[in-house]
Design a protein around this ligand. Sequence first.
Ligand code: FAD
Length: 201
Amino acid sequence: MEDGVTRPPDRIRVRRSPKKGRYERDTVEAILDRALVAHVAFVDRGEPVCIPMLYARVGGKLYIHGSRASRTMRLLARAQQVCVTVTVIQGLVLARSAFEHSANYESVVAFGRFEPIEDAAERLSALAAFTDKILPGRGGEVRQPNAKELKATTILAMQIEQVSAKVRSGPPRFQSSPPSASQSTHPASGQASRSPQASRH
Ligand SMILES: Cc1cc2nc3c(=O)[nH]c(=O)nc-3n(C[C@H](O)[C@H](O)[C@H](O)COP(=O)(O)OP(=O)(O)OC[C@H]3O[C@@H](n4cnc5c(N)ncnc54)[C@H](O)[C@@H]3O)c2cc1C
C-alpha cells in the first residue's frame, strides 16, 4: 500500500475519473474493514472465475477461510496471482436524466497471492478476526473452534502487493440538466428527491 503521494504504478492507477482514486493506506484499510464480501478472481484451467467470500483484514493481510474440499481454496493455496475486490454502496444517486444516475460507493481492488496459514496461533487469530468482522466483539463470546473444525478449515492469507481504492460521493454530476416533460409538470419529481437514499447525498 502507498503511504506517500508518489504516482501509483500502472496496474492500479485509476484512469477513469482519476480524482476518485485513493491510494493511502488509511483509506484502503477503512474500506476493507467496512465491506463484508470480497470477490476473489483467479484463473482455473485457463478460464477466469470470480467467487464471493467473507474475509477479514489484519494489518496488510487479507484472510479468507473455507472447506478443505473447496475448489477455490485448493487453487488459491497454490499461490497463484489473484485480484480481490470489495465494494460498499453508500447510497443511490437519482437525477433528472437516466444518464446522470449513479451510486455513491467506496471500492478497493487489491492484487496479491494467497498462501496457507499453518501456524496455530495465526489460524486462531484469523478465525477470531472473521467472527469479529461479522459482529465486533463476537469472537470473545462464542465457543472457540475445536480440533475437528480446525482440521476441516483451510485458512489463506494474502499479503496485499498492490492496491487502489475508488470513492464516489455527492450529488449527480451534471446538475444543470433540464427536467424531462413529466418532471416539469411534477416539480416534486426532480433530481435526487424521490428516495430516502437520495437524501443522504
Ligand atoms: C456472501 C457470501 C459469502 C461467502 N463466504 C464464503 C467463505 O467465507 N468461505 C467459503 O469457502 N465460501 C464462501 N462462500 C461460498 C463461495 O461463494 C463458494 O460457493 C464456495 O467457496 C465454493 O467455491 P468452489 O470454487 O469450491 O465452488 P464450486 O462448487 O467448485 O464452483 C463451481 C462453480 O459453481 C458456481 N458457484 C460457486 N459458488 C457460487 C456462488 N457463491 N454463487 C453462484 N455460483 C457459484 C460457479 O459457477 C463456480 O465456477 C460465500 C458466498 C457468499 C455469497
